[in-house]
Every structure is written in structure tokens, then in C-alpha cells.
Design a protein around this ligand. Structure first.
Ligand code: 5AD
Ligand code: SF4
Length: 461
């Protein structure tokens, strides 16, 4: 009888991808994915450790899992509860101490070993802990065929090409939880992209913590950068859109910038976290770029692709950040003009260098700065969205909307677009005339591919 598997995913896109691949690994063991945690025989929490709030959410959810498991055992049944991902990697054994009913704790580099771990957990209720960084790359051992869509949405798939980070920004846990940088060889990536396209993916988002530093073994033995990899994937029939995330400013090389000019399928959108606009703070963060370099990079990207939409991440209240430093962040925002952005209060993470700096900024000051920054970023986003009204944009319809008969998709610039369309249109790219702009989304109506009003203008049929 099929076992039921429930996976709850927290955090970034790579966790979404990882959850899908865990489902792939467990499918041959008879596990089928279900939405309902209560019905599950195994629950995996695929966790995020980036900020304190994300990590604490896991422990509060574990409280609920404890109740589900107790209810199951009362009825004489069994339920395996597992904590995976970055909290598992960072906290390891500590999780068993805080939540003794948890059966398995395993880090992001070990999920190809899941069948063996599940077998051990089943045997006499053994507790399983695996937070190794194994020498064998997990990608060599994961099944090729997907049992579960690696989905950003209908018609949109994630594909991890690079993992880990060697940058050691002083605020960030990623180098500790995801480990050292690793780039997958091109052949495996291209084979996976072909499978995704054959399974209906129109859009592929290449993932990596530092994706633009991709340097995988190419076809023919030489190393390839991300620009070259993107050009190769663009040749795959069925792939109509390519994106990549997340990028590190100092790693944007000329080949990749040129791809934004030359590869039509590469979408005119780039998420390029800057974190701060003050050189003093960037230095304390161990970022290997200045605010000036970031401005020049944005200009170069716009030379290559004039309509490129830029997105970013910001941290406010990094230790030692003064009002003058923060003013430089606001100045950078004004200069660049972001079409969307994420901004966070600095959250001290155990074991990272910045957490040990004496001059922490008061929470009230962080909150006040975050409010001012978000007001500017929201205004820029709305202004950009308004420039879309009246334009025709190609939109990949990815998910049902709140109202019946409504679907939501993404424009080339990553804007969410609502439209009336039948469910059968999910996963397809349609042309929409944008009729309204809101802070976080657009509304559009279908335009016929060859509007009859223009039919007479064509010289031939
Ligand atoms: N505190 C607040 N924000 C953080 N980020 C990473 N670490 C921290 C932290 N300790 C933010 C950065 C990064 C994004 C994914 O999360 O802006 O780009
Ligand atoms: Fe973290 Fe990104 Fe810095 Fe790496 S480059 S340490 S993932 S913020």
C-alpha cells in the first residue's frame, strides 16, 4: 500500500527544488506526496535558517507535528517526523533535545541517502542524524525521472545548477548550512533541462546560492560559465524562458552580461542583491563590491539590455549602521530604480561574525529604517508597474487566482499578472494587454495572436 508523504517547505526557491527531489528519491520506496499533514505516514519539514524568524517558525510547527504524531500512535499507527534543510544542518542534535519525538534530522547535502535513513528510522525507531557534507555529490545519486514537479508554478520549473557559497558575508549562515561552492557538470544540467521541457516546462529558473559564479565542467572538458550554460539551454526545444537566481554582484562577468543582450529567451529581469548602499557597511559585511561598482554594473546591464528590470535584497540595521550609512542606501535606491525588492531587519545569526559585533542597532531603529526603505521601494515598484499599463506583455500562466475563472502568471519582468482564462490555459504563455497596475500585481486581458482588426493590413495570408 502506498505510504503518504507530506513535505512542508520553508524559505528559498532551492528548498522548493530540494523538496521535489526528496519526493523523487522516496517515490521508489512507495511514498506518494499528499497535501494533508494529518494523513501522512512521514512528514518532512524542509527548513530555512536565514533569519531568526524563519528558524523559530520551524519549532512552532513542530509543536503541531508532535500532536499529530501522538494522535496517530494512540490509534496504534506510526508516523515519521523529519527535519531537513538548513535548520537541520545548523542545529543538528539540538533538534532532538528540543523536540525528542523527531525521528530524522538531515542536512541539504544528504537527501540522496534518504532511503537508507528511512530504513534505519523504521527499524526499532532509531534516531537518524546526518549533517555530513559527503564527498560524493548528491546530484550523481538522485533519480533522473521526476515523480513530482520541481515547480515554480505550472509551466515553470526550478533547476539547481550550483550550490553552496564561499563568500562568507559576515551576516549570513549559508556558507555554513549549504557548504562550499559546487557547480554541477553541464551534461547533467542539460539532460535535466530537456526532461523538464519534455514534461511541459516552458520556463526554467537556474538556481544557486551564488548562481552567476557557476563554473561547471562543460561539454568538451573545459569549464563553462553561466552565460555559456544559458545559451546551451536556450537551444532546447520547448524552453521559451530562462531565468537565474541568486547572483552576487562581483561575479557578473562579461559573458553573462552579453547573454542578456544576445539570448532572447533570457528574461529581462535580474535579482541582484546589494544589501547596503554604504561602502563602510559593505566592507563590514565582507561584500566584495562597493556601491559605485554596483551602480556601474547596473549601467552595464542596461547597456546590454535597456529594458532589464532590477531587483535586490537589502539589510537594514547591520551592526554599526549609522543614519548617514542608511541615507546612502536610500540614495542608491533612488539612483538605480528597482522594480521589486526584498528588505529585512538585520537578524544576528549564531556563529556568524556579525553577530559578535558589539554595536548592534536597536530594534526600534531597524524598524523605522525598514519602514522608510520599504516606502521608497514600494513607490518604485508601483511606478514601474504603471508603465506597463496599455502594453502587451507575454505572460506564463502559472496558478489559479482567488476568483473562479481567474489565472495568475508572470510577465517577462517578473510581475504577477491576473487575467480571466480557463484552467486549461495553465502552463501556457499568452499575450495580455495590461489594463491596471497595483502595488504588487497587474491585471490584463487576452489579445488574440492575430487580432482580426489587423488582418486586413497583412499583404499576404
Ligand atoms: N539578517 C537579515 N537578513 C539576512 N539575509 C541573509 N542573512 C541575513 C541576516 N542575518 C538576507 C540577505 C540575503 C537574503 C536572502 O536574506 O539580504 O540576500
Ligand atoms: Fe550569504 Fe549570498 Fe553572501 Fe553567500 S553571497 S554568504 S549566500 S549573502
Amino acid at each position: 500500500m502506498a505510504q503518504k508523504l507530506h513535505i512542508k517547505t520553508y524559505g528559498c526557491q532551492m528548498n522548493v527544488y530540494d523538496s521535489a527531489r526528496m519526493a523523487d528519491v522516496l517515490a521508489p520506496l512507495g511514498y506518494a506526496v499528499v497535501d494533508d499533514a494529518e494523513a501522512a505516514d512521514m512528514i518532512i519539514l524542509n527548513t530555512c535558517h536565514i533569519r531568526e524568524k524563519a528558524a523559530e517558525k520551524v519549532y512552532s510547527d513542530l509543536g503541531r507535528m508532535r500532536q499529530l504524531k501522538a494522535a496517530r500512535e494512540k490509534d496504534g499507527g506510526r508516523m515519521i517526523v523529519a527535519v531537513a534543510g538548513c535548520v537541520a544542518q545548523a542545529e543538528g542534535e539540538e533538534i532532538f533535545a528540543r523536540a525528542p519525538f523527531v525521528d530524522m534530522v538531515f542536512g541539504p547535502q544528504t537527501y540522496h541517502r534518504l532511503p537508507e535513513m528511512v530504513a534505519r528510522a523504521h527499524r526499532a525507531g532509531e534516531k537518524v542524524l546526518d549533517t555530513d557534507f559527503p564527498v560524493e555529490p548528491k546530484f550523481d545519486f538522485l533519480p533522473g525521472e521526476a515523480s513530482h514537479p520541481r515547480a515554480a508554478g505550472a509551466g515553470a520549473a526550478y533547476l539547481t545548477v550550483q550550490e553552496g557559497c564561499d563568500k562568507f558575508c559576515t551576516f549570513c549562515v549559508v556558507p555554513y548550512t549549504r557548504g562550499a561552492e559546487y557547480s554541477r557538470p553541464v551534461a547533467g544540467v542539460v539532460a535535466e533541462a530537456r526532461r523538464l521541457a519534455a514534461a511541459g516546462a516552458r520556463e526554467i529558473t537556474l538556481l544557486g546560492q551564488n548562481v552567476n559564479n557557476y563554473h561547471g565542467e562543460g561539454l568538451g572538458g573545459v569549464q563553462w560559465g553561466l552565460g555559456r550554460l544559458i545559451a546551451e539551454i536556450a537551444d532546447i526545444a520547448g524552453v521559451e524562458r530562462i531565468r537565474y537566481t541568486t547572483s552576487y554582484p562581483a561575479d557578473m562577468d562579461d559573458e553573462l552580461i552579453a547573454a542578456h543582450r544576445d539570448v532572447e529567451k533570457l528574461m529581462p529581469f535580474l535579482h541582484l542583491p546589494v544589501q547596503s548602499g554604504a561602502d563602510r557597511i559593505l566592507k563590514a559585511m565582507n561584500r566584495r563590491h562597493t556601491a559605485g561598482e554596483y551602480r556601474r554594473l547596473a549601467a552595464k546591464l542596461r547597456d546590454a539590455r535597456p529594458d532589464i528590470a532590477l531587483s535586490s535584497d537589502f539589510i537594514v540595521g547591520f551592526p554599526g549602521e549609522t543614519e548617514a550609512d542608511f541615507a546612502e542606501t536610500l540614495a542608491l535606491v533612488e539612483d538605480i530604480g528597482f522594480t521589486q525588492a526584498y528588505s529585512f531587519k538585520y537578524s544576528p545569526r549564531p556563529g556568524t561574525p556579525a553577530a559578535a559585533i558589539g554595536e548592534q542597532v536597536a530594534d526600534a531603529v531597524k524598524g523605522e529604517r525598514l519602514g522608510r526603505l520599504q516606502e521608497r521601494l514600494n513607490a518604485q515598484q508601483l511606478k514601474f508597474n504603471r508603465t506597463s499599463v496599455g502594453r502587451v506583455l507575454e505572460v506564463l500562466l502559472e496558478r489559479p487566482g482567488r476568483d473562479a475563472g481567474q489565472l495568475i502568471g508572470r510577465s517577462p519582468f517578473m510581475q504577477a499578472v491576473h487575467t480571466e482564462a480557463p484552467a486549461s490555459a495553465l502552463g501556457s504563455i499568452v499575450r495580455l494587454r495590461i489594463t491596471a497596475a497595483h502595488a504588487n500585481s497587474l491585471a490584463g486581458v487576452t489579445v488574440a495572436d492575430r487580432p482580426s482588426a489587423f488582418a486586413g493590413e497583412r499583404a499576404t495570408a
